[in-house]
Design a protein around this ligand. Structure first.
Ligand SMILES: [Zn+2]
Ligand SMILES: [Zn+2]
Length: 368
C-alpha cells in the first residue's frame, strides 16, 4: 500500500487542490508508478484557460507529459520491474485487445479509433504522485523504458517529441537534404528544428511573429543552416529568398493554431512541397471550417504537392522519439527549459502560468 497525493484542478481558471488517498498493490498485469517529472503542454494551458469539451469530469487531473519510476509490478508483468524509469505517451489505445486500430493485431493507428482516449483528458493525468496503470496500458503502451541513469527532465518530453516526429515522418523523404520551413517558434517547432538538424535537413527556416522567442530559439538552437525570419508583411518573399537555390520549401510544418498559420503555409507551397498541418485550429466553441481550394491536377499531380497532418502520437512516434532520446540525437534539448521554467509539484498553477508566457518553451515540474 502506498499513500498517493493527487492535485485536482477544480474548474477552468481555478485552483489546484491536493487530496491524499491510499493505493492498493497493483493487480494482475498492472504496474504502480510514481511521478518523477511532468512537462507542461500548451494543451494544459488551454485546458486551464478555456477547458476542453473532451474533459467531462471536474475536478480534473491534467498533465500528460511525464517521466515515472516503477514502484512495483503486479503478477504476470514481465516487461517492467521495480526501479525502471519510463516515459509515457498521451493518446491511448482504447483498451480492447481485439480492436482493429489499438488491439494486439491492430494497425497501431490508435488516434483513428472511435474510442480513443487520452491521458489528462478522459483518462486521469499525472498531476498525482502515484498511478496504477491498467494491464492494457502496460501491454500495448504508450510506455517506454529508459536507461536508469538518464535525466528524467529529458524523459518527460517523450510525448511532445513523439507528436512532432509523427508529423515529420508520415511522408517519406521530405526532411533529409531538404529545405524545411517551420511556422511558429513554440515548443513543437523547437523540437522540429532539432529533429530536422538530426535528420540532416539542408536548410531550416524558422518563421515567427514575435521576435523575442524567435531570437531565443535561434540563439540556443540555430546552426549554420538555420535561418530565422520575422513574420511581417514581407514574410512570403523572405522565405522564398531563403530557400535559394531552390524556389520553394520541401517541407512546411504549420505549428500555429490560428487560421493565419494555414494562410501563410499555403502561400509557401511550391514544387514537391509537403505541408504538415500540425497545429489544428479550435476555440471554446469548436473547430471552425477553414476553406482552401486546391488544383488536384496542376498542384497535386504535376507539382507533387502533399497536404497532410497528424494528431497526437501512436507507438510509431513514441518509438522514434524514444530512440532519438536514448541515443542523444537531440543534445540541446535541455536548453528548452531555462532556470525559471522549473517548478515543484506544489507550484502547478505557477508552472502553467509560466508556460503561457510568450518567451517560454518548456516548463518542467519536478515531483521528487
Ligand atoms: Zn503534450
Ligand atoms: Zn481501439
Amino acid at each position: 500500500m502506498v499513500s498517493s497525493t493527487t492535485f485536482y484542478l477544480d474548474k477552468v481558471q481555478g485552483q489546484f487542490h491536493s487530496s491524499k488517498e491510499v493505493l492498493a498493490e497493483p493487480g494482475f498485469g498492472e504496474i504502480l508508478v510514481k511521478t518523477r517529472r511532468t512537462s507542461i503542454c500548451q494543451s494544459d494551458v488551454v485546458i486551464y484557460k478555456n477547458g476542453l469539451t473532451r474533459i467531462k469530469e471536474w475536478p480534473a487531473i491534467i498533465l500528460h507529459e511525464v517521466c515515472c519510476e516503477v514502484v512495483s509490478v503486479g503478477n504476470g508483468v514481465t516487461n517492467f520491474q521495480e526501479g525502471d524509469l519510463v516515459g509515457i505517451g498521451c493518446d491511448l489505445p482504447c483498451g480492447d485487445k481485439d480492436c482493429i486500430y489499438c488491439g494486439i493485431n491492430g494497425t497501431g493507428d490508435w488516434t483513428s479509433c472511435p474510442d480513443t482516449h487520452a491521458t489528462g483528458h478522459e483518462f486521469p493525468g499525472f498531476a498525482r504522485t502515484h498511478a496504477i496503470l491498467p494491464d492494457w496500458f502496460v501491454q500495448l503502451g504508450p510506455i517506454k523504458k529508459f536507461p536508469r541513469d538518464m535525466n528524467p527532465d529529458i524523459i518527460c518530453q517523450l510525448e511532445p517529441l513523439a507528436c512532432c516526429l509523427e508529423g515529420m515522418t508520415r511522408v517519406n523523404n521530405c526532411i533529409e537534404n531538404r529545405v524545411v520551413v517551420l511556422i511558429g517558434a513554440g515548443s513543437q517547432s523547437t523540437y522540429a528544428l532539432q529533429v530536422a538538424q538530426a535528420m540532416g535537413a539542408r536548410k531550416i527556416i524558422l518563421v515567427n511573429r514575435g521576435h523575442q522567442r524567435l531570437e531565443r530559439v535561434m540563439t540556443d538552437f540555430g546552426d549554420e543552416r538555420t535561418v530565422g525570419i520575422l513574420w511581417d508583411e514581407n514574410v512570403v518573399k523572405n522565405v522564398f529568398e531563403a530557400c535559394k537555390p531552390f524556389n520553394e520549401p520541401h517541407f512546411i510544418m504549420m505549428n500555429v493554431p490560428h487560421e493565419a498559420g494555414y494562410n501563410l503555409s499555403t502561400k509557401l507551397l511550391g514544387y514537391n512541397t509537403v505541408l504538415d498541418a500540425h497545429a489544428g485550429v479550435k476555440g471554446p466553441t469548436g473547430k471552425p471550417q477553414i476553406m482552401h481550394s486546391v488544383d488536384l491536377n496542376n498542384d497535386i499531380h504535376y507539382k507533387l504537392q502533399c497536404y497532410q497532418a497528424t494528431h497526437g502520437s501512436t507507438m510509431h512516434g513514441i518509438n522514434l522519439a524514444h530512440e532519438m532520446l536514448v541515443s542523444n540525437k537531440l543534445p540541446l534539448l535541455n536548453k528548452m527549459t531555462r532556470e525559471d521554467e522549473y517548478f515543484g509539484k506544489d507550484k502547478l498553477l505557477q508552472a502553467i502560468q509560466r508556460a503561457d508566457d510568450r518567451d517560454s518553451l518548456k516548463v518542467i515540474v519536478n515531483w521528487d
